[in-house]
Design a protein around this ligand. Sequence first.
Ligand code: URP
Ligand code: ZN
Ligand code: ZN
Length: 487
Amino acid sequence: MSTFDLIIKGGTVATASDTFESDIAIKDGRIVALGHDLGAGTREIDANGKLVLPGGIDAHCHIEQESSTRIMTADDYYSGSVSAAFGGNTTFIPFAAQHRGQSLRDVVKITHERAGPKSVIDYAFHLIISDPSENVLGQELPALIQDGYSSFKVYMTYEMLKIDDHQMLDVLSVARKYGAMTMVHAENNDVINWLSERLLARGHVAPKYHAVSHNPIAESEASRRAIDLARLADARLLIVHVSAPEAAQAILNARNQGLPIFGETCPQYLFLTAEDLDRDGMEGAKFCCSPPPRDKAGQDAIWLGLTNGTFQVFSSDHAPYRYDETGKFNAGPNPTFKKIANGVPGIETRMPLLFSEGVGKGRLSVNAFVALTSTNAAKIYGLHPRKGTIAVGSDADIAIWDPDWKRTISQSMLHDNMDYTPYEGMEITGWPRTVINQGRIIVEDDTLQVERGSGEFLERQPLDPATDEPADHAPLSPARNFGADLM
Ligand code: URP
Ligand code: ZN
Ligand code: ZN
């Protein structure tokens, strides 16, 4: 009789801290033993010559979400999760996005209805808060944080999403009090609008002007301001999708001062540049995202940030809008750069791109790769040690990578519902062959092995910003800049 449900044999296991030869025994969805000669499994996988890594956690992706201008993403929770799985992910954290006037509870309910019957991998939700009303700040948000929605994104730009500094302090202060993480889209809306007005007045309407209007100074100014607001509120803050070198530097400076400031970057800032927005005709629309890709020196600065402690999280910011009237051209066939739907897809290519160009080309250790694509997100967003590592007691969320698998990225091989990939033609070495989520083999032999709706919703623990300990186990430490009565 076999003792285990599954044994992965003969692979090289890598976590965020260690690399070692070990078999892995799995039972009831958990890792129950590591070592050699573990015994028999109902199913055994030969991982000789393979890298056995924690399943990826994509901590920033837009799935079955309406943008602020009410454009629905091309991916729903089925296609989005299948695409994620084929790219080595076992968990993703899309958004439950509030539009102004909406109750957060309603938004969460709707998002559950979308995800539950469809997702093939485990999932949690970040909230997007665009309307921090008294009811949201005083009632809904504290209750939702305690219910396991312990992170939320706010915007400093986009007319229908942005909050002002006063509102940001309100949100940060609630996050501080209840142990949540605030994520911020840091771009100065007035700078972008001021530049856009001048560009449009001069007839500069082509996609490439999107990158001109989203000047790096708009990003670095807003990043510094957001960090200062978080300092004032003594709150944790994670700046998402960082592209500008000066913004990266501001994060590193804050971290070097010991502040609980975190940084995220994405593939588009390593592998695309503003020149892509200047491709023929309207092709540049495919690369319009915010913040936009920068230049070669900017790419180098982002690579540096992945190794010097600036960035903890490498996410896709998968925002899938097709190159047609349902997506990029929702406002008409020849929109000005202001009216092109913002976002690029990349949930399936996120990890293979970083593996190939990072680990394969010697820029990152495999352990740093694991930290950036899985472990740190699990820690920062309250999922660790259940997720993000390979250890006895953790969920058996594992991607078995073939480090020698050579593939050329093309849209036809991807599993999202898009009609293009920005990375078409890129040659990749290394891709996951087998992906396992809670002991279930979800991808094998280039085929999906599980049913829609088989992923599990994950409640997340709030964390005390000062100690990183679960917030419900200890009273929160007082804010440093003002007394608890002001929080
Ligand atoms: O351009 C982007 N990144 N669109 C997605 C929405 C967001 O701000 O993350
Ligand atoms: Zn954003
Ligand atoms: Zn995003």
